[in-house]
Write a protein that binds this ligand. Structure first.
Ligand code: TGC
Ligand code: FAD
Length: 393
């Protein structure tokens, strides 16, 4: 890949809405991505390998549990800081942001929010430093958009729970030390458990052949009569609202993250349009290319304002799940659309690994599906504004 010359677009001077601390956090994540991610990411994607050596650096830039209190090893930061870190990581690659999203919002968040004090102390500091990595098992082969239908189950055996079932499409599964797993108890109530690698009957086969998120490891979680100690149950939540509460936090991070990918595509396309000449002039001088660039910047700017406002609401505990759905849906779609426009501006070069465009585009095909599909988020908005449930069933 060519040298990383990224310059972030900020058409509406949104920097002025950020504190000095926000900018410091954002800039250090940006520098780290330029130094550590950009030089190796194309190769990692081509080889379909998760660059595990980045875990230490991710912890050092505060990507693991930015908003978890410092007494548990987290960053103690606000929600806008969290968003900015996700934006910068996904500017590098969606798979790198995915690793951090899962660790922060889908593993540390539920342990912090639904766990006991002992669980917080045992797991959170090690997750914050990346000494332990986690994954989140909600989706099953037959239950994706409808996780409430899950069949993975636990039975109370007195001294322990007996866990059976399978999860699929699980980010970080192949190398995770622990998994936060959602399963139904004998009454059919969804409960969360912490399952540790090494427990007998627990395996994590890797999913191969992906054309998307190739620098992120994806796998299954298979539970064959796994004996999970009772102290590994997350006691403070019951029902689907447990996993969905985690998703609110992760979807919020993705709304910021996807903009990072969009900004990278725009920046690369703008530079290319000034440097590439056809018919004796830079292609940026043609109206058709200007239309693409102007519309990309317009959509990015709208997305930036959306997440900034959402972050303010989230800091005040006023962001609703439906508002988060709107931002996730809009910003991921914006990013995918920008990637497609940028790909055209780069002409044939746009399909090569010389530029980040095609990698972002393929990654975003997963991002638009995971954490609730584009359709599901529209239905969440539809239900919120009409009061009518159009999910069916
Ligand atoms: P429904 O009857 O509407 O709700 C059941 C209970 O949950 C509550 N609830 C929420 N609570 C917190 N946050 C939310 N966002 C919530 N949405 C609903 C609700 O109030 C109710 O509570 P209670 O107390 O009455 O029991 O549930 P439903 O079965 O009709 O399903 C609703 C639906 C479709 C919106 C939901 O299930 C959904 O969002 N589906 C999409 C599934 C999804 O997003 N899966 C993501 C898997 S994880 C992942 O993709 C990680 S990728 C990570 C990476 O690599 O970055
Ligand atoms: P389905 O639910 O089968 O949907 C198929 C199509 O039907 C979609 O277009 C959908 O929008 C549409 N559809 C479904 N229901 C309706 C409806 N009611 N009305 C209209 N249209 C509908 N999950 C985890 O638990 N943990 C992870 O870490 C994780 N990581 C992932 C990583 C990757 C790379 C990918 C691709 C997925 C990951 N997922 C993870 C799973 C992801 O959350 C699911 O793929 C997603 O929720 C959709 O489920 P599905 O793939 O089963 O699609």
């Amino acid at each position: 890949m060519a040298k990383d010359r990224f310059q972030a677009p900020d058409y509406y001077l949104i920097d002025e809405l950020l504190t000095d601390e926000h900018k410091l956090i954002r800039d250090s994540a940006r520098e780290w991505v330029k130094r550590e991610v950009s030089p190796i990411i194309e190769d990692a994607c081509q080889k379909a390998e998760f660059p595990k050596h980045l875990i230490k650096g991710l912890a050092e830039v505060g990507a693991f549990g930015p908003y978890i209190p410092t007494e548990y090893g987290g960053g103690g930061l606000d929600q806008i800081s969290y968003g900015l870190i996700m934006q910068e990581l996904e500017r590098g690659d969606s798979g790198i942001r995915s690793t951090a999203s899962v660790q922060s919002s889908l593993v540390m968040y539920p342990i912090y929010t639904y766990g006991t004090e002992e669980q917080r102390k045992k797991y959170l500091p090690k997750l914050a430093t990346g000494q332990w990595m986690g994954c989140f098992g909600l989706t099953e082969p037959d239950h994706g958009s409808n996780p409430g239908g899950m069949v993975t189950n636990i039975k109370d055996k007195g001294s322990h729970y007996l866990l059976n079932g399978a999860k699929m499409w699980i980010s970080n599964a192949p190398f995770a030390d622990i998994a936060v797993v959602w399963a139904k108890d004998e009454e059919g109530t969804i409960r969360g458990l912490i399952v540790e690698r090494g427990m007998k009957g627990f395996t994590t086969p890797e999913t191969h052949g992906k054309w998307s998120l190739r620098a992120s490891a994806t796998g299954e979680l298979v539970f064959d009569n796994v004996e999970v100690p009772k102290e590994n149950l997350l006691p403070n939540v019951k029902g689907l609202k447990g996993p969905l509460g985690c998703l609110n936090s992760a979807r919020y991070g993705i709304a910021w993250g996807a903009l990072g990918a969009a900004m990278d595509c725009y920046d690369s396309a703008l530079r290319y349009s000034k440097e590439r000449k056809q018919f004796g002039r830079p292609i940026g001088g043609f109206q058709l290319q200007q239309k693409k660039l102007a519309e990309m910047l317009t959509e990015i700017t709208k997305g930036q304002l959306l997440v900034w406002r959402l972050g303010k609401l989230k800091n005040e505990n006023r962001a609703t799940p439906a508002q988060i759905s709107m931002a996730k849906r809009n910003n991921v779609y914006t990013a995918l659309w920008c990637a497609r426009e940028a790909r055209q501006i780069h002409g044939g070069m746009g399909i090569t690994g010389e530029y980040p465009i095609m990698r972002h585009m393929m990654n975003l095909e997963s991002v638009i599906t995971y954490e609730g599909t584009h359709d599901i988020h529209l239905l969440i908005t539809g239900m919120d504004i009409t009061g009518e449930n159009a999910f069916g069933g």
